[in-house]
Design a binder for this molecule. Structure first.
Ligand code: NAP
Length: 284
């Protein structure tokens, strides 16, 4: 597979294969050392980046040179810490508060990020919640909250960001789904519906923008060691762990690596779902 690093070079080369070139908007930093920071000059917006998987993704993108907009909804302190850590390691980041289940707040968020950084090249739709209950005990409000946060947000975020990506004919969108959207899982009717819906939404929008330089993919994590897992009762945790073929929880950084791959090296991948789950789907 062609990498971003092997395609730096002449304008003629770019004209021949523009879809493979990555850093057309990259500034001097990338030109000076393109291999070290392949995303230099890019602007990334990561939803739900105050902790867990989103935090790892924000840091990984910043490590590769992207300026990162760190979105959160409630935990300003944690989001500030993520930004401070990125800045301490020489990266660029800023916090942006917004509830991504609200379309108005999404539009304001995207406008604010464009106001601060000039554009959005990379969007990672990571924000998510669970509200588990047996189906007959799950009320419609809870169903809607989970669907609005996990799926509605992806619809409005993509709508708001894509016109800006189209201006440059380049964009990378990664939607963080879940293996639960593929297999189902007891007590997660709302969450499974949202995460499965995300896969369909990803495929359709990927098709519609396939010729526009914008790739749109999903990553489907298995059980990843974040707050989402830590709140599960220890006995259930043991049961779940026993069902993971690799015998351990995944780490947020392992999801970040998959996102980075799609963003940095995925120039010919669109409408796909990358499973990162320790083998759990085949065993569930
Ligand atoms: P987490 O630790 O609970 O973090 C959730 C993040 O989403 C936080 O940054 C939170 O912000 C943010 N968020 C929640 N609601 C939001 C809203 N309405 N608007 C904006 N931000 C919002 O979760 P995680 O485990 O890292 O999960 C991240 C993603 O991976 C989710 O989409 C989840 O469904 C998916 N996933 C997780 C696992 C797993 O095992 N952990 C497995 C499969 C898929 P605040 O801190 O401000 O609340």
């Amino acid at each position: 597979m062609a990498s971003t690093r092997s395609n730096k070079g002449t304008k003629a080369k770019r004209a021949a294969a523009p879809e493979v070139e990555q850093n057309d908007a990259a500034p001097e930093a990338a030109a000076a050392d393109p291999a070290a920071r392949p995303l230099a000059g890019r602007v990334a917006l990561v939803t739900g980046a105050s902790r867990g998987i989103g935090e790892a993704i924000a840091k990984a993108l910043a490590d590769e040179g992207a300026a990162v907009a760190v979105n959160y909804v409630r935990n300003k302190g944690l989001a500030d810490d993520v930004v401070s850590e990125i800045q301490r390691t020489g990266g660029t980041a800023r916090v942006f508060q917004a509830n991504v289940s609200d379309e108005g707040q999404v539009n304001t968020l995207v406008n604010d990020v464009i106001g601060a950084f000039g554009k959005v090249d990379i969007l990672v739709n990571n924000a998510g919640i669970t509200e588990d209950a047996w189906f007959q005990k799950m009320d419609f409000l809870s169903f809607n909250r989970v669907v609005d946060t996990n799926l509605g947000s992806v619809f409005s975020m993509m709508k708001a960001v894509i016109p800006n990506m189209e201006l440059r004919g380049w964009g990378r969108i990664v939607n963080v789904s879940s293996f639960v959207g593929q297999t189902g899982n007891l007590t997660q009717a709302n969450y499974a519906a949202a995460k499965a819906g995300m896969l369909g939404l990803t495929k359709v929008v990927a098709l519609e923008y396939a010729t526009k330089g914008i790739t749109i993919n999903a990553v489907a994590p298995g059980f990843i060691e974040t707050e989402m897992i830590k709140v599960i009762a220890p006995k259930i945790q043991e049961m779940l762990l026993a069902r993971i073929p690799m015998g351990r929880w995944g780490q947020p950084e392992e999801i970040a690596k998959a996102v980075l791959f799609l963003v940095r090296d995925g120039s010919y991948i669109t409408g796909a779902c990358l499973n990162v789950n320790g083998g759990v789907v085949t065993a569930f």
